[in-house]
Design a protein around this ligand. Structure first.
Ligand code: HGY
Ligand code: MN
Ligand code: MN
Length: 426
């Protein structure tokens, strides 16, 4: 059994009027792309595990009589009602993961969306607007380095040329990977007509932090997403023999890299921000060889753009000084960037009102900021978007230890059902 399984906790909504309850969906999905050694998930874009997740999504849609649509960018949409009627209420999230990611980041939103639809059907809700559950492709950017590729393409924040240039560690381009997975890469591009049909997109997501654990609430509403980005630092030195090259004769890029990692922590601390070098590649990567090239990827995030700029500029400045001191050449490339997102207040406040109704669970609903990026953030410039967060008692995410208690998953499904009912059913 995958780690962090919510155990059965009866609730009308989860008994499931649909073909499979929350727990059954969770179990089915939980076996896909999970590494037996680490217990983490390795569901990368356009791989076999991604295909299996897509098959699972299709089965859930078909089993509920929803019309499955694959858009020009490979995102999956499961429709109830006629999307051309417009003003659709859309929910869902992503199914891909970071390397050795947890079970909840992404899948909790998709499973909860199908379960919330089942709950609304169980309530006899009458839909007056089209409703869709969406699975956005390649949200984590684990394979090609850019976050939220599916939603960025749809929103026109990523050009076709830029997308076609995305390349994985093995030199496979995004078009080649899509083609190998049976998708036509020549169809990708902005999808304004599709987004124009959406009146509201509400994404439920496990919280990636401990705010709800500290407030004691099972569910919260997103207020804003910090600006954040990814920068690649290429330190080029001189390959040489680890055993015979005098220290004074070395141009060792690993030293510059190591000093830059420490500088990143210092700069982030000073600015009240975060900075992480979590990924590195070394050439030739031999124990007895001084590297010729050390590539480090920086992820940095801050509450506002000025602070983020200060941190990244400070890190780059320090890195250049270290590189110069060691006779190392440095290139810095920004690979991914998402500006600050302030979720639309009208939709946010409507959701807070809907969740505060006296006849629903007496949820006090805190409004939270987050440093985590989401498809809802990418779409927020094109579509009224909102997010619900489900409590994560440890706050741990992007790790096999990621967890949410089943009571909180139930509260999340009920809250999402309340919101969807308030937005799509009159
Ligand atoms: O990196 C993020 O914030 C998200 O998990 N893609
Ligand atoms: Mn994530
Ligand atoms: Mn996510």
């Amino acid at each position: 059994m995958p780690a962090a399984q919510p155990r059965p906790q009866a609730s009308d909504g989860l008994k499931g009027t649909g073909p499979s309850s929350f727990l059954e969906m969770w179990r089915q999905l939980g076996s896909i792309g999970r590494h037996p050694g680490s217990g983490g998930y390795r569901r990368f874009a356009w791989t076999g595990a991604d295909a299996d997740c897509r098959d699972w999504f299709r089965e859930q849609a078909e089993a509920r009589g929803l019309v499955l649509e694959l858009d020009r960018n490979g995102n999956q949409w499961a429709w109830l009602g006629d999307p051309s009627a417009g003003d659709a209420v859309v929910t869902g999230s992503h199914l891909d993961s970071v390397p050795d990611g947890g079970a909840f980041d992404g899948p909790l939103g998709v499973v909860s969306s199908f379960a919330a639809l089942d709950e609304l059907r169980g309530r006899g809700a009458r839909f007056t607007k089209p409703l869709a559950v969406v699975n956005f492709g390649d949200e984590e950017g684990a394979r090609f380095g850019l976050a939220c590729v599916g939603s960025r393409l749809a929103a026109g924040h990523l050009t076709v040329e830029q997308a076609h240039r995305l390349t994985d560690a093995g030199g496979i381009t995004l078009p080649q990977a899509m083609e190998a997975a049976g998708y036509d890469p020549d169809t990708i591009g902005p999808d304004p007509e599709r987004l124009a049909r959406i009146g509201a997109f509400v994404e439920l997501h496990v919280e990636q932090g401990r705010a709800l654990d500290l407030t004691g609430d099972p569910v919260g509403v997103a207020g804003a997403i910090w600006p954040h980005g990814r920068w690649r630092f290429d330190f080029r030195g001189e390959a040489n023999h680890a055993g015979t090259t005098r220290l004074a004769d070395r141009r060792d890029p690993m030293l510059s890299y190591a000093e830059t990692v420490l500088a990143a922590r210092r700069e982030a601390q000073l600015a009240g921000a975060v900075a992480t070098f979590g990924k590195i590649s070394v050439e030739p990567n031999g124990v007895n060889a001084i590297p010729s090239l050390v590539r480090g990827w920086l992820d940095s995030r801050a509450a506002d753009q000025a602070a983020l700029d200060t941190v990244v500029h400070g890190i780059e400045k320090a890195a250049r000084e270290y590189a110069d001191a060691h006779g190392v050449h440095l290139d810095v490339v920004r690979e991914s960037f998402t500006p600050v997102v302030e979720f639309e207040h009208a939709l946010r406040d409507e959701i807070v009102r809907l969740l505060g109704k006296e006849d629903s669970a007496d949820l006090r609903v805190p409004v939270l900021g987050t440093g985590a990026g989401h498809d809802a953030g990418i779409l927020s410039a094109s579509v009224p978007t909102a997010m619900l967060f489900v409590r994560n008692p440890t706050g741990v995410s992007h790790s096999p230890a990621e967890h949410a208690a089943e009571d909180d998953c139930v509260a999340g499904v009920t809250a999402l059902a309340d919101v969807l009912e308030g937005l799509a059913c009159k």
